[in-house]
Design a protein around this ligand. Sequence first.
Ligand code: NAD
Length: 311
Amino acid sequence: MKYRQLGKTGWKVSVLGLGASPLGGAFGPVDEKEALRTVATALDLGINLIDVAPFYGSTRAETILGKALKGTSREKYFLATKVGRYGSSPKDFDYSGARVVQSVDESLKRLKLSHIDLIQVHDIEFASFDLLLKETLPALERLKTTGKVRHIGLTAFPLEILKKMTSETRIDTVLSYCRYCLTDITLVRLLSHLKTRKIGVINASPFAMGLLTEKGPPVWHPAPADYRDVCARAIEHCKKRKRDLAKLALQFAVSNTDIATTLVGTSNAKKLRQDVRWIEEPIDEGLLSEVQGVLKPILNRSWLGGLENNA
Ligand code: NAD
């Protein structure tokens, strides 16, 4: 496993991190024993960053992680979780100072931990700027002084809002998803801005949340039908050459050294072992340019989300 510096946190994180949304059932039913095995496998393979959120499986992912990490030395991993988002309807977002403080305590309890290494404001495109600046971030800063959280990060899908917030605040990390993968590389536009400010970059969803795997995306995936069709064509292209598009997608996502880590989501130990093997092999440049040709019609074309002004 290779490791890279995560901004100014002082941490060296594995280039592949474990994304725990599948532990909450985001990609299908979860076998708890297998999920526990997956976390143990991640640590065995040298993965030292685990990302979760109360939102994932309505807290189930955090609860499973709490079981999986019990007894593991705190030196072995960095745990990142989130505040602000608890579901998908408007009533499920709460970025108020009071809720943030309560949320951290609830996460600590579920995770059975005394501190969270990285607390991230979840999907800030659903929050008002004013609230983030006046309540959410000050509440997290105060939690830092109590030792309950160590570093503060932001997550979002739109990149402009990440740029704006990181220009106006002192943030340690940003998590961006589906923005540095085979279908979208717009995150590169933000990298020098983040590098100058020593903000650690976490790239999530190397398979574009399942679009770039043979199994395909889950039902809730926001990509429109024509977008999915193009991805399906890329999968077919690789299949004809007896290759797996997922392998290429993962190798591509981890290749940019200005990105500290890429979070891959799985609750399956075998898939995780495969992911780690894949990133240790060199990328097939010929296949990459063929696949980039197939995906060209949708490159950097994304879907909308969040409050209208924040998109
Ligand atoms: P992903 O792109 O990592 O895709 C997950 C899918 O890929 C799952 O169906 C999984 O079974 C499959 N997969 C994994 N390894 C495979 C292999 N070797 N072969 C075939 N299929 C394989 O999407 P993701 O899980 O959404 O993203 C990773 C993590 O990033 C999440 O779990 C979460 O922790 C984080 N994330 C955060 C946000 C946010 O904060 N807003 C958004 C998206 C993702």
